[in-house]
Write a protein that binds this ligand. Structure first.
Ligand code: CA
Length: 244
């Protein structure tokens, strides 16, 4: 790894925080800890971490609000949520909270470390994938990690970008759920694949919304010249669609 990756642990429980600091430091990460939401916001402003490990149960603020403000103030910031509040997972991964993943408490340290490794894996572009490429009205540049729809840039979060890149690289062909999970998330994926569907929904909405802004209120996602087709239980396919 070329550069030490920085992780910010946001956890008020001293025992859990100490164990996490110890384990992550032993893995070679540069680790900071914040015990409150306020401190977490300040810590991210001071030194941008590569990943934030965020406990939702904080003494001074609602962890969900902290998650929302971190991901909206810092585009592309990866937040992995620790939560005992299973009923809030949809919200955690939802558009406005914007976490990339979650681990439920109580968690196994090995599982948490594997997830963190997966999210911080240094992705080296496959041969021929370092050049900008286009499908219909979409253009994607892997080097700068930017995406344009009809020349207008679209803001995507890290995993949304990786997912779109996979679909675009295989445009017209089905990419299986297993392949998407292993290429965009992790080879040793052991959790649910719900996060995949959530991210596809975000992508569809962002692409569709962008078109809606340009074309007025009657736009549908398929009018934009591309479509992400669901093959239930199998995977997803990005298609170029005819536009009038
Ligand atoms: Ca807590």
């Amino acid at each position: 790894m070329a550069q030490t990756q920085r992780i910010l642990i946001v956890e008020d429980d001293d025992g859990i925080a100490a164990a996490l600091v110890r384990a992550l430091t032993a893995q070679g990460y540069d680790v900071d800890r914040a015990a409150t939401g306020t401190r977490a916001r300040a810590a991210v402003r001071e030194a941008m971490p590569d990943l934030v490990l965020l406990d939702l149960g904080l003494p001074d603020s609602d962890g969900l609000d902290v998650c929302r403000s971190l991901t909206s103030d810092h585009a592309g910031l990866r937040v992995l949520v620790l939560t005992a509040r299973v009923e809030e997972i949809d919200i955690v991964l939802g558009l406005d909270a914007g976490a990339i993943d979650y681990v439920t408490k109580p968690f196994r340290l090995a599982e948490l470390l594997a997830r963190i490794r997966a999210h911080l894996r240094v992705v080296s572009p496959a041969p021929g994938r370092d050049a900008e490429f286009a499908v219909g009205p979409l253009t994607l540049d892997p080097a700068s990690r930017r995406v344009w729809l009809d020349g207008t840039e679209i803001g995507l979060r890290a995993k949304e970008f990786d997912l779109l890149a996979e679909l675009m690289a295989n445009a017209g062909s089905v990419v299986t759920r297993e392949d998407l999970m292993s290429r965009v998330w992790d080879e040793q994926w052991f959790g649910s694949t719900k996060t995949l569907d959530v991210h596809v929904a975000h992508l569809r909405r962002k692409l569709g919304d962008r078109f809606g802004e340009m074309a007025g209120s009657n736009a549908s996602a398929s009018d934009i010249g591309i479509r992400i087709t669901t093959l239930r239980g199998v995977g997803y396919r990005l298609d170029e669609t005819p536009t009038e």
